[in-house]
Design a binder for this molecule. Structure first.
Ligand SMILES: Cc1ncc(COP(=O)(O)O)c(C=O)c1O
Length: 378
């Protein structure tokens, strides 16, 4: 695995330079031969490795407490690589039922074409998972908190389950970020991120990463090196700089979210509101045990259903209506009429996406400015 680091140049720049190059040169045919034969760590081609991408990867390894990683062009290419690097025709895996929409599409529409089957299990009830294990089960794939319903999965229970059945334990840690929780502490073998969200934090670039031990990530590397979902060095440079402010940003996102969730919980237009660190959250005790803060997202169900959800979005003056989350600016979304509109009503309800569900991604604005916009839109 390539491990070239970004060294300071003779210019003595403070911010690391960005290596926007497709390929790397060699002083001799012998040096080139040795690089291709994996006899040294030299960079060959940016689809395989790049120093700027490696800088981002190394920083993520430190944050997540993982040995190695491979950075990808988007969160979805990281999700896909984490599955396809380890699963083959005839294999089966288990996933929590509340899962990001495109991951659900990969699981239900794409993987079956390659003979890979999945069983969904209830996210909040690990006691039911044993029944889903088959002889050919290879992996358990989880997201916590889940998108958009913010269910919390017990990472320790999932780790014990993975160990008992000798499964690869993979966690999408996009919502909590390594500032909010560390799946590695609970035995996660693989951690997946959409770096597009909180890691970038300013809605600028797409990116993703898969982290794990050296052996597992070598398999991810071999898969990605040939199939080509590598992260652009420019995006890696942006993301590396973003990581320098991640902790400060996440503390503010989470304190804003907690403040707003408490203020809005009993609003007459709202049926229920979910935030992992509110006592009313059904998995509050688990959230408190495994998360350092409740994260930057909360969601609520509007009493008026689908129409009131659309009206709420239309009434907003400051919050953005956009298909993203994890930005400095607050964002509101209405999953039933947008990201999850293609699901049937029954499918949506099975993962707690009610017609009036609104998801708020809290930005870094003054908390009362966000609150006042939400209140006037309700
Ligand atoms: C939990 C989760 N995983 C993965 C993804 C996919 O990330 P990307 O949009 O960067 O491909 C998303 C995107 O919203 C997400 O919310």
């Amino acid at each position: 695995m390539i491990r070239t680091r970004v060294e300071q140049t003779n210019e003595k720049e403070h911010s690391a330079p960005v290596f926007l190059t497709s390929s790397f040169t060699f002083d001799s045919s012998e040096e080139m031969r040795a690089a291709f034969a994996d006899e040294n760590d030299d960079n060959i081609y940016s689809r395989f490795s790049n120093p700027t991408v490696q800088e981002f990867t190394d920083r993520m390894c430190v944050l997540e407490g993982m040995e190695s990683g491979f950075a990808t062009a988007s969160g979805m290419s990281a999700v896909f690589a984490s599955l396809l690097s380890f699963l083959k025709k005839g294999d089966h895996f288990i996933s929590c039922n509340a899962i990001f929409g495109s991951t659900h599409t990969v699981i239900t529409k794409i993987l079956p074409k390659y003979g890979i089957e999945c069983t969904y299990v209830p996210a909040a009830d690990p006691s039911t998972w044993d029944a889903a294990v088959q002889e050919n089960t290879k992996m358990i794939y989880l997201e916590t908190p889940t998108n958009p319903g913010l269910e919390i999965i017990d990472l320790q229970a999932a780790g014990d389950f993975a160990k008992k059945h000798k499964l690869i334990y993979c966690v999408d840690n996009c919502f909590a970020t390594p500032i909010g929780q560390l799946p590695a502490l609970y035995g996660a073998d693989l951690i997946v991120h959409s770096a597009t969200k909180w890691l970038d934090g300013q809605g600028r670039v797409l990116g993703g990463i898969v982290l794990g031990n050296k052996q597992l990530i070598h398999d991810v590397y071999l898969f990605c090196r040939s199939t080509g979902p590598s992260l652009s060095p420019f995006n890696a440079w942006i993301l590396s700089r973003s990581l320098e402010t991640l902790e400060v940003r996440m503390e503010r996102h989470a304190s804003n979210a907690f403040y707003l969730a408490e203020k809005l919980e009993n609003h007459p237009a709202i049926r229920w509101l979910k935030y992992p660190f509110l006592k009313s959250h059904p998995q509050y005790e688990i959230a408190k045990k495994q998360m350092k803060n409740g994260g930057g997202l909360f969601c609520f169900d509007l009493k008026g259903g689908l129409e009131s959800g659309r009206k709420f979005l239309d009434n907003l003056k400051m919050l953005s209506r956009t298909a993203n989350l994890g930005d400095t600016r607050s964002i509101a979304s209405h999953p039933a009429s947008t990201t999850h509109a293609k699901l049937t009503e029954e499918e949506r309800l099975s993962v707690n996406i009610t017609p009036g569900l609104i998801r708020i991604s809290c930005g870094l604005e003054h908390r009362d400015d966000i609150l006042n916009d939400i209140l006037q839109a309700l």
